[in-house]
Design a protein around this ligand. Structure first.
Ligand code: 5GP
Ligand code: ZN
Length: 114
């Protein structure tokens, strides 16, 4: 996707504060952090949202969660805890239409789930 900001971070076309990458995923710090640690884990291939997932994507989505777990440990927030969020479409406030897993932690969460 040529006009997708997260595809451009994955490809290196624009600067991202990348904390981890492998063949399937890239993880980078959110530009507008909502917590002391706020990292986005994205698939390297473009998928608009959870609504566009297919069965073949299941290993990839599982890998995103394992990646999040490893990064939480790397960031030193695994023990105290963290929150993983995927927003889908308008009611959830999705603003970037390249699926991404938010990893939030580093302080007790204040906001309610909904
Ligand atoms: P959403 O609201 O779609 O779930 O989350 C999109 C997230 O992407 C937001 O937290 C926003 O701060 C972050 N974001 C938007 N543009 C950029 C960017 O260019 N670089 C980085 N690192 N994060 C971005
Ligand atoms: Zn994309």
């Amino acid at each position: 996707m040529t006009d997708c900001i997260f595809c451009k971070i994955v490809s290196g076309d624009i600067q991202g504060n990348i904390v981890y990458r492998d063949e399937q995923t890239t993880a980078f710090r959110d530009i507008n952090p909502a917590a002391p640690t706020h990292i986005l884990i994205v698939p390297n291939k473009h998928i608009d949202s959870v609504n566009m997932l297919i069965v073949d994507d299941e290993p990839l989505i599982g890998h995103m969660f394992t990646t999040a777990k490893n990064i939480a440990a790397q960031e030193g927030i695994a023990e105290n805890g963290y929150r993983l969020i995927i927003n889908t479409n308008a009611d959830a406030g999705q603003t970037v239409f390249h699926i991404h897993l938010h990893l939030l932690g580093g302080a007790p969460m204040k906001n309610p789930m909904g």
